[in-house]
Design a protein around this ligand. Structure first.
Ligand code: KG4
Ligand code: ZN
Length: 337
C-alpha cells in the first residue's frame, strides 16, 4: 500500500495578517494571506481591531487555502497554528480555530513558534545545510539564530529594545509616511544618498542589538533641522531614508559577519519582514561574496508573515511527533531557543 501524503493545514494570525496554507510532504500547495488595511489610518496595529478582522477573515482564508490546494478537509493530516509570540487576541483567533478544526476532524494539533517558523521559511524552496546561521528581522524581533537542525535552534543574541522593523516604522512615522513604513523607506532610499547624514549607533556586546538610539537620534536630528528649515524633510526625504536604512543595515550586517566568523559558518540567511528590504538583501549578497558564504534569501511572500512557514515548521514537528493537546493556549511572549 502506498503511504498517504501528509497534508498539513497551517494557520498564522499573530499580528495583522490572516494567513492559511496547505503543505503536502513539506511542499507548499497553497498560501493565502489577507492583509488588514484597517490599521493604516492609526499609524500602527490596533490589537482589538486586529483580532476582530482575524475573526472575519479566518473562515474564507482557510477555505480558499484548502480549495486552492485541490483537497478537501477530509484529506488533512494535521493542523498547525502560531501559538506564540504575538498579539494575544490575534493569536487566540487562530488557536481556537485550529483546535476546533483538529477536534472536529479527529487529527493532531501542532503548536508553532512564529520566530522558529520565520527561520524555517528557508526550507520551503531551498535546503540550506546545517549548521545554518539566520538573521531574523521583523517588526517585533531581531535575532541571530544558530540552526543545528530543523528543530534544534539557538538564539545567539537579540535586540534589547526596539526591533529593526520597528525602527524602520517609527522613523517612517516621524517622516510622515503611513504604516507600515519599512517598505516605503526602502523604496525612497533607492533614490537617496546613504552617506548624506550620519546617525550614531549604540555599541552592544556579543550578538545583542539596540535600535532605540537610532530612533532617538533621528528624532532630535529632525527637530533641529526643522527649526532651521520647516521644509527640511520634504527636501531631503530620499537622503534621510537612504541614510537611516544604511545605518540599520550596517548594524545588522556587522553582527551577522561577526557571528559567522566566530562560529565558522558559511551557510547564512536572512528572514522576517525586514528581509524584504532591498538594501539588506544586497548587503547579504555582497557579504556572501566577500566571505565565501552561500547566502539564502526567502522569496518575498515568505519574508513577511505567512502560513506557509508555519506549515513547514508543522511538517517537521509532525515527523518528530511533536503534537499539542487540547489544553494548549496562546502566549504573547514565549521563550523558545
Ligand atoms: O515578519 P513581519 O511581517 O511581521 C512580524 O512578525 O513583525 O515583519 C513586519 C516588519 C514591519 O516592521 C515592516 O515595516 C518591515 O517588516 N518590512 C520592511 C520591508 N518590508 C517589510 N522593512 C524594511 N524594508 C522593507 N522592504
Ligand atoms: Zn513575523
Amino acid at each position: 500500500m502506498q503511504d498517504r501524503p501528509i497534508n498539513i493545514l497551517a494557520i498564522e494570525s499573530s499580528c495583522d495578517e490572516t494567513s492559511a496554507a496547505v503543505i503536502r510532504d513539506g511542499k507548499v500547495l497553497s498560501n493565502h494571506i489577507a492583509t488588514q488595511q484597517v490599521h493604516e489610518r492609526f499609524g500602527g496595529v490596533v490589537p482589538e481591531l486586529a483580532s476582530r478582522v482575524h475573526m472575519q477573515n479566518i473562515v474564507p482564508v482557510v477555505d480558499a487555502a484548502i480549495k486552492d490546494a485541490g483537497i478537501t478537509k477530509a484529506d488533512l493530516t494535521a493542523v498547525a497554528f502560531t501559538q506564540s509570540p504575538g498579539l494575544i487576541g490575534s493569536l487566540l483567533v487562530g488557536t481556537c480555530f485550529a483546535k476546533a478544526t483538529a477536534q472536529a476532524l479527529g487529527i493532531p494539533l501542532i503548536a508553532v513558534h512564529h520566530m522558529q517558523a520565520h527561520v524555517l521559511a528557508h526550507f520551503i524552496d531551498t535546503k540550506p545545510e546545517f549548521p545554518f546561521l539566520c538573521l531574523t528581522v521583523s517588526g517585533g524581533h531581531t535575532q541571530i539564530v544558530l540552526c543545528r537542525d530543523y528543530l534544534d535552534m539557538e538564539v545567539l543574541g537579540e535586540t534589547i529594545d526596539d526591533a529593526a522593523g520597528e525602527a524602520f516604522d517609527k522613523v517612517a512615522k516621524m517622516l510622515g509616511l503611513p504604516y507600515p513604513g519599512g517598505p516605503l523607506v526602502d523604496r525612497l532610499a533607492k533614490e537617496g544618498d546613504p552617506h548624506k547624514f550620519r546617525f550614531p549607533v549604540s555599541e552592544m556586546k556579543d550578538y545583542e542589538f539596540s535600535f532605540s538610539g537610532i530612533k532617538t537620534s533621528v528624532l532630535y536630528f529632525l527637530q533641529k533641522e526643522r527649526k532651521n528649515d520647516p521644509d527640511f524633510v520634504e527636501k531631503n526625504l530620499k537622503d534621510i531614508c537612504a541614510s537611516v536604512q544604511y545605518t540599520i543595515i550596517k548594524v545588522l550586517m556587522t553582527k551577522l559577519v561577526k557571528a559567522a566568523k566566530q562560529l565558522g559558518i558559511k551557510q547564512v540567511g536572512i528572514a522576517g519582514g525586514v528581509s524584504a528590504n532591498s538594501g539588506l538583501r544586497q548587503a547579504l549578497k555582497d557579504a556572501g561574496e566577500q566571505h565565501g558564504w552561500t547566502v539564502y534569501i526567502p522569496k518575498f511572500e515568505y519574508c513577511t508573515d505567512n502560513a506557509a512557514m508555519i506549515g513547514i515548521t508543522g511538517y517537521h514537528k509532525y515527523l518528530k511527533g511533536e503534537f499539542a493537546d487540547m489544553t494548549v493556549s496562546p502566549s504573547a511572549r514565549a521563550t523558545w531557543a
